[in-house]
Design a protein around this ligand. Structure first.
Ligand SMILES: Cc1cc2nc3c(=O)[nH]c(=O)nc-3n(C[C@H](O)[C@H](O)[C@H](O)COP(=O)(O)OP(=O)(O)OC[C@H]3O[C@@H](n4cnc5c(N)ncnc54)[C@H](O)[C@@H]3O)c2cc1C
Length: 464
C-alpha cells in the first residue's frame, strides 16, 4: 500500500475519482496479455499532459516505480508493474488534437483507439496503415511505445514509418517535443525513433504526430488454400522476391484454421494444411494485374485453390477470421507464449520448418500464423501452467524458438516488443556492446531507474 500522504498528493493532481488503491483494482491492473502479473500499489488516470507531469514528479520525488499503461493488450509484459509502485493509465488523454488533411498529418493523444483514428482519417480520404489485430482495443500510445505492426506492414511498413513527432514527459518531469510535422526533419539524430518502440522505459508519450497517406483507389482480398504448409511458406518467399508487393500476406496453419473455424463458424477450409490471406491494393488496373499474377504464383507453388473475395463482406469475413486467432486459441489451453519471431522474408519456410521440429521435439502444440509477407511469424506455444511438467517443456520450446530465430539472422520481436517476457534473450540479439549501450541510454535519461523498471535493457533476472 502506498503511504496515505502520497495517495493524497496524487488525488490533488488528478482528482479523487482517478486514483485507485483497492485490492480488486490492483489485481485488474497487475496484468497484460501475457501470462505474467504483479500488483501495483496505486493506479492513477491523468486527464492531460500537465497532470502526467505532476504524477511523474511525485513518483520521481518518492522514488516510486512508475509504469505507463494503455489498454494492456501488450504481448511482452511491458505494462505489468513488475516492481509495484504506480501504474499511470493514459487512456483519458484521448483527443485528436489536430487533423491537417492538406499536409496529411494528425496530432493525437496516446489514449485514442487506433480504429477510431483510422475511421476519422478515412472520412478525410486518408489511410493510417498500421493495423495490429488489436486495432479496436489498443491505444495509439501503446502502439507507438511498442512500435506495433500488422498485416499491412508488408506494403506500408510498421508504426515507426508513420510517427513524425512525439511530445514526451521525461523522468524528471520536463516535456520535450521531438521531430517535426515534416517528414524530412534531419536536424540532428532522430529522437522520435529513440522513444518509438522504447516500451515506456524512457518517457511517457503525451502526444503523437502521425503521418497519413491517401486511401488506395481499390483493393482485392484472396484466400489461397494449401495441402502442405511448406507450399504456403514457399509462396510467401516467391511472391516477395517476384517484384509484387501485396498489401498483406497472412499465413495460418491447420491448427489455427481449425481453432478459428470452431470459434467463428465462417466456413474456413478445415482440411487444409495452411492458408494465405492476401490483399493487393492500388489503382484498379494494377490491382487487377497483381491479383492475377499472385493467384498464378500461389498455384505454381502448390495451392489447391485460390478464391477471390467477391464482396466487401466476404473480404471482411477473412479479416475477422485473422483477428480472432488469439481468442480462438483459448478453446485449447488456458495459456500461450504468443511470439513474433521475425526473419528475412525468404527464410519464412525455414522458420516454419523449425517451429514444426520444435513442436515435435518438446511435444507441445505450436500453432502458427503471422504476417508472413513481412517475415513476421506468430508461433503460439500452448500450455496449461497448472501442469508443471508441460510448462517446463513449453519453456524449453520457447527458448529454442528464440535461439533458432536469431540463428536465422532474425529478431526476437517483429512487433510485440521485448518487455519482460523476452528480456532474458535480448543480450543474445544485441551483443554485449549493444546491450551496454542500451543500459547507458536508459541510465542517462532515467538515472534513478524508476520508469517501467525491469524491462528491456533493465531486466534483472538471469541473462542468457
Ligand atoms: C490478440 C492480440 C493480437 C495482437 N496483435 C498484434 C498485431 O497484429 N501487431 C502488433 O504489433 N501487436 C499486436 N498485439 C500486441 C498489442 O496489441 C500491441 O503491442 C499494442 O501496441 C499495445 O497497445 P496497448 O495500448 O494495449 O499498450 P499496453 O499493453 O498498455 O502497453 C504496452 C507498452 O507500452 C507502454 N506504454 C503504453 N502507453 C504508453 C504511453 N502513452 N507512453 C509511454 N509508454 C506507454 C507500456 O508501459 C508498455 O511497456 C496483439 C495483442 C493481442 C492480445
Amino acid at each position: 500500500m502506498l503511504n496515505a500522504s502520497i495517495v493524497n498528493e496524487l488525488k490533488a493532481v488528478v482528482g479523487k475519482n482517478y486514483v485507485m488503491t483497492d485490492q480488486e483494482d490492483m489485481v485488474a491492473y497487475s496484468m497484460d496479455a501475457t501470462v505474467f502479473s504483479h500488483l501495483p500499489e496505486a493506479v492513477v488516470q491523468p486527464a492531460n499532459r500537465d497532470e502526467v507531469v505532476e504524477v511523474v514528479k511525485i513518483a520521481n520525488r518518492y522514488n516510486l516505480p512508475l509504469t505507463g499503461r494503455g489498454a494492456a493488450t501488450g504481448m511482452s509484459g511491458g505494462a505489468i508493474p513488475l516492481k509495484g509502485g504506480i501504474v499511470i493509465e493514459l487512456t483519458r488523454l484521448n483527443r485528436i488534437r489536430k487533423f491537417d488533411v492538406v499536409n496529411k498529418f494528425a496530432v493525437v493523444e496516446p489514449g485514442v483507439i487506433p480504429i477510431d483514428f483510422a475511421t476519422q482519417a478515412a472520412k478525410e480520404g486518408l489511410l493510417y496503415p498500421p493495423d495490429p489485430s488489436t486495432i479496436r482495443e489498443a491505444t495509439l500510445g501503446g502502439t507507438v511505445a511498442e512500435c506495433a505492426g500488422g498485416p499491412r506492414g508488408v506494403k506500408y511498413g510498421i508504426t515507426r514509418n508513420y510517427v513524425l513527432s512525439l511530445e514526451v514527459v521525461l523522468p524528471d518531469g520536463s516535456v520535450v517535443e521531438t521531430g517535426n510535422t515534416v517528414d524530412g526533419d534531419m536536424s540532428g539524430p532522430d529522437w522520435t525513433m529513440l522513444f518509438t518502440g522504447s516500451e515506456g522505459t524512457l518517457a511517457l508519450i503525451t502526444a503523437i504526430t502521425l503521418k497519413l497517406v491517401p486511401i488506395p483507389e481499390t483493393k482485392k482480398t484472396m484466400l489461397a488454400v494449401y495441402n502442405r504448409l511448406e507450399d504456403a511458406a514457399k509462396t510467401v518467399s516467391v511472391t516477395m522476391s517476384g517484384g509484387i508487393v501485396p498489401t498483406t500476406l497472412e499465413l495460418m496453419d491447420k491448427h489455427c484454421i481449425v481453432a478459428v473455424e470452431n470459434y467463428l463458424k465462417i466456413g474456413l477450409p478445415v482440411n487444409a494444411a495452411g492458408i494465405l490471406v492476401i490483399e493487393v491494393d492500388g489503382v484498379a488496373s494494377t490491382v487487377e494485374e497483381n491479383t492475377k499474377r499472385v493467384s498464378e504464383i500461389c498455384k505454381e507453388c502448390g495451392a489447391s485453390e485460390v478464391k477471390i473475395a467477391q464482396t466487401a463482406l466476404e473480404a471482411e469475413k477473412l479479416w475477422q477470421a485473422r483477428r480472432a486467432i488469439g481468442r480462438a486459441y483459448g478453446q485449447y489451453a488456458p495459456c500461450k507464449y504468443a511470439e513474433d519471431a521475425t526473419v528475412p522474408r525468404t527464410l519464412i519456410p525455414a522458420l516454419v520448418g523449425k517451429c514444426v521440429e520444435i513442436q515435435n521435439k518438446y511435444d507441445v502444440p505450436i500453432f502458427i500464423c503471422g504476417h508472413a509477407g513481412d517475415g513476421n511469424l506468430h508461433p503460439a506455444i500452448l500450455f496449461d501452467p497448472r501442469n508443471k511438467e508441460v510448462t517446463a517443456r513449453a519453456d524449453k520450446a520457447l527458448e529454442e524458438l528464440h535461439i533458432e530465430t536469431l540463428k536465422l539472422g532474425g529478431t526476437l520481436s517483429g512487433e510485440h516488443g521485448i518487455g519482460f517476457a523476452k528480456a532474458p534473450y535480448l543480450r543474445a540479439e544485441t551483443g554485449e556492446i549493444g546491450f551496454k549501450l542500451g543500459r547507458e541510454i536508459k541510465d542517462t535519461v532515467d538515472p534513478k531507474g524508476f520508469v517501467n523498471p525491469g524491462k528491456l535493457f533493465f531486466y534483472e533476472g538471469e541473462l542468457h
